[in-house]
Write a new protein. Sequence first.
Length: 250
Amino acid sequence: MASTAAAALAGRLAPPALSSRPAGPSTAALCPAGVARRAARRSTAGRVMAVATPPVKQAAAAKGGKAPAVTKEEAHAIYYDMVLGREFEEMCAQMYYRGKMFGFVHLYSGQEAVSTGVIKACLRKDDFICSTYRDHVHALSKGVSARKVMAELFGKKTGCCRGQGGSMHMFDREHGLLGGYAFIGEGIPVGLGAAFQIAYNQRVLGNEQDDRVSVNFFGDGTCNVGQFYESLNMATLYKLPCIFVVENNK
């Protein structure tokens, strides 16, 4: 039936005769190549329209009654952390443009999923992170309260560094935030040192239960500085629990 419908459709789509002259030499004899191309187009159009659309495959997670990889509560926490980071940065931008914040303020807007996906979804409170000068959202994802981070940006003594660090130098020992750094790649050796301390505690001091990790955040522009490659070499040589996260800052 599909082939019959295709043939009927091709007949309806056939172009009208170009001339009403009496029958003479066949069109195929005059221009066989053009007739062949038109016939091929008509035939292809008929075949395409006659093919039914295949059904959409079901999601793999729904097969076999398997539970989703992320629970509803976890998804809510992940989404909340990303929204908190975006709204926090939007407020920072407003306050900075009004002259309420001094110094430099580098925003993290549009990159919240990186911070949330690495820190909030994968790390524990006792894990370490080293940030860059875009460290506000990293601090929030690590568990530092938004009130303390904002107080630091306003230079108040209730900030996480008592107002002395400012935007680019967030630090919180309780949550394993080893600081934000103004120069690119400056924090990578610090994060590597934290990973070395974990490995020393595990292999030399015999604390085999110490499974913490250290995470270094840096932009793609940092990949041309020397300490980045030196840290990669040392992390590989000593098999250190260090994770390197390259962010696209475009």
